[in-house]
Design a protein around this ligand. Structure first.
Ligand code: SRM
Ligand code: SF4
Length: 574
């Protein structure tokens, strides 16, 4: 039985070092400005290394050349990755042209990388260019505040350009929630934009030491679960009547990360708190955050996310506290159903008569590759449409790009540009479009195995397996991540590969197509050859024995290949 006496709501013990760092930072300033002046190193001192995350940057180095530089007695080639704040993933075409040029001129890799959370990243920005980068993106109306660190991150919103009005309403809420939960400190403007030194005296929502851990929020429009609600701390599921938004079902406490070998960590689905009418949205957002701020574990960062707070204090006490603080009573949830998670590729016509083209972008990496000049193609499309009112780009939570709001008369021209630049090809097969990988090597410091660079070969192999068993047009939700943090959401895949070491992966099976079930460990620390051998065997069986419409993930559970994860805390490691 849970003991919910007040003293058990707060985890006692020596606070994690990040808590000291946040408290001492003078509202996220630290000594970042001084570090920027230091020409002797391309990096930041340890506290600032953490603090720049709250401003949307991570210090990295290229792991492919780390050894070579060490041999030459050089420090790693420190640089930063920047992640922008783009609630709902909509980027104006003029903004695209600005960021694309910056990537081309001032980053080590030249790419714009679309992420699983509907925004873009620059990789490889050297210290002398960091301030310029912020000035450039800000001049285009983009910032990177709170896209990393212990705060509420970029707020997602289902891309859905078809139901134009409903999307517009939901999208506005994603922006409002994002703004409402932003840090109050003006440190970002001061440090990066040479803004006025404004003393911050209060963080009314986040508090002086910010949140115990990262916090993620979505607004989703059923029936599409593109945003993967169960990966997020807080979810607002749009409930519409006659095409108009009337409120949200609120789901709290999802999250996918775990640590290999630590059974106190696990991926967990979000719990249903109930329905709220629209007017309570910001109060509920604020107080789910404030309860997590006060009750979250600040001693052990591995158990600090909302999902662990819920499992420690109980869903009902957490919900009751949100109701008390927000002055709201959750109503019973309204019916809704998720029936898909993928993007609708190709052209669709919106209810407003506009045309929208969804492009598949392999792992979200926009660059000019040999024979695939994706970046040039997208730039040309942006240039063509930039003066067209209502046209924009939308980054999806599956790392793809929607060219939205194309007038009928420009459809053919957009399509021919897309074809000329290999943005639309016959090689984008159903399996490829159903597969995703995180960044991993060479830029991610936490990668244990390849992911983005491994995905293309893996998909070809899985396609061959599907063809061999006579089902070439079928596909499974296949996701690869370089480590158990799970940034490519493998822990909601039908088949998820999770990096364990160089060339070694764990195989998790049994998620479903719509993303409402966590998969379970099936093979541990195996080479791709072994994993493909097992997929070959199981896909073969599935092709023969499946019931009408039964997806691979449902099949492996029905036939007992893996047990279903119903309650993560007890089932996931059992
Ligand atoms: Fe992530 C850390 C990339 C979505 C869970 N993630 C990282 C870092 C920053 C590595 C680091 O801490 O130094 C990676 C940078 C790689 C690089 O070179 O770019 C990284 N995460 C990504 C992106 C770019 C993956 C992608 O291929 O698109 C995604 C950027 C999202 C964004 O725009 O904000 C990304 N990360 C996710 C997701 C998926 C999601 O949110 O839908 C998850 C799992 C969901 C969840 O949070 O439970 C995720 N990333 C993590 C974690 C584990 C957090 C935890 O609860 O323990 C870390 C490590 C950490 O925070 O300590 C991490
Ligand atoms: Fe890096 Fe691991 Fe995230 Fe992949 S899952 S980007 S390897 S932290």
């Amino acid at each position: 039985m849970l003991d919910n006496s007040p003293e058990n709501l707060i985890v006692e013990g020596k606070l994690a070092d990040n808590e000291r760092m946040k408290k001492a930072s003078n509202y996220l300033r630290g000594t970042i400005a001084e570090d920027l002046q230091d020409p002797l190193t391309g990096g930041f001192t340890p506290d600032n290394f953490q603090l720049i995350r709250f401003h949307g940057m991570y210090q990295q180095d290229d792991r492919d050349i780390r050894g070579e530089r060490a041999d030459q007695k050089l420090e790693p080639l420190h640089n930063v990755m920047l992640r922008a704040r783009m609630p709902g993933g909509i980027i104006q075409l003029s903004q695209w042209l600005t960021i694309e040029k910056f990537a081309e001129d001032h980053t080590m890799y030249g790419s714009v990388r679309l992420t699983t959370r509907q925004t873009f990243q620059f990789h490889g920005v050297l210290k002398p260019h960091i301030k310029d980068m912020h000035k450039v993106i800000n001049s285009a109306g983009i910032d990177s505040i709170a896209t990393a660190g212990d705060v509420n991150r970029n707020v997602l919103c289902t891309t859905n350009p078809v139901e134009s009005e409903l999307h517009a309403e939901a999208y506005e809420w994603s922006k409002k929630i994002s703004e409402h939960l932003l840090p109050n400190t003006k440190a970002y403007a001061e440090i990066w934009l040479d803004g006025e030194n404004a003393k911050t005296t209060k963080e009314p929502i986040l508090g002086e030491t910010y949140l115990p851990r990262k916090f993620k929020t979505t607004v989703s429009i059923p029936p599409n679960n593109e945003v993967d609600v169960h990966a997020n701390d807080l979810n607002f599921v749009a409930i519409a009547e006659d095409g108009k938004l009337v409120g949200f079902n609120v789901l709290v406490g999802g999250g996918l990360a775990m640590t290999h070998g630590d059974t106190a960590t696990y991926p967990r689905k979000a719990d249903d708190f109930g329905f709220i009418p629209l007017e309570h949205t910001l109060a509920v957002a604020e107080h789910v955050v404030s309860v997590q701020r006060d009750w979250g574990n600040r001693v052990n960062r591995k158990n600090a996310k909302t999902k662990y707070t819920l499992d420690r204090v109980g869903v009902d006490p957490f919900k009751a506290e949100v109701e008390k603080r927000a002055g709201v009573t959750f109503e019973p949830s309204r019916p809704y159903e998720f029936t898909s998670r993928g993007d609708r590729f190709g052209w669709v016509e919106g209810m407003d008569g506009r045309q929208h083209l969804t492009l598949y972008i392999l792992s979200g990496r926009i660059l000019d590759f040999p024979n695939r000049p994706l970046k040039t193609g997208i730039r040309k499309i942006a240039e063509l449409l930039q003066d067209v009112e209502g046209a924009d780009f939308r980054m999806t939570a599956n790392q793809n790009l929607v060219i939205a709001g194309v007038p009928a008369e420009l459809k053919a021209e957009v399509e021919s540009l897309a074809r000329e630049h290999a943005l639309l090809t016959e090689f984008d097969t159903p399996q490829l479009k159903n597969s995703m990988a995180c960044v991993a090597l060479p830029t991610c410091p936490l990668a244990m195995a390849e992911a983005e660079r491994f995905l293309p070969d893996l998909v070809v192999d899985v396609e061959q397996i599907l063809a061999k068993h006579g089902i070439p047009d079928d596909s499974i939700v296949l996701r690869v991540v370089g480590c158990p943090n799970g940034c490519g959401r493998a822990m909601l895949a039908e088949a998820g590969l999770v990096g364990k070491g160089p060339g070694k992966y764990n195989l998790y099976l049994g998620g479903n197509v719509v993303g409402t079930r966590v998969p379970k460990l099936h093979l541990e620390n195996k080479s791709p050859e072994v994993i493909l051998g097992e997929l070959d065997r199981l896909i073969g069986l599935w092709s023969k024995e499946r019931e009408e419409g039964e997806c691979f993930g449902d099949y492996v559970i029905r036939t007992g290949v893996v047990a279903e994860v119903k309650v993560s805390k007890t089932d996931f490691h059992a």
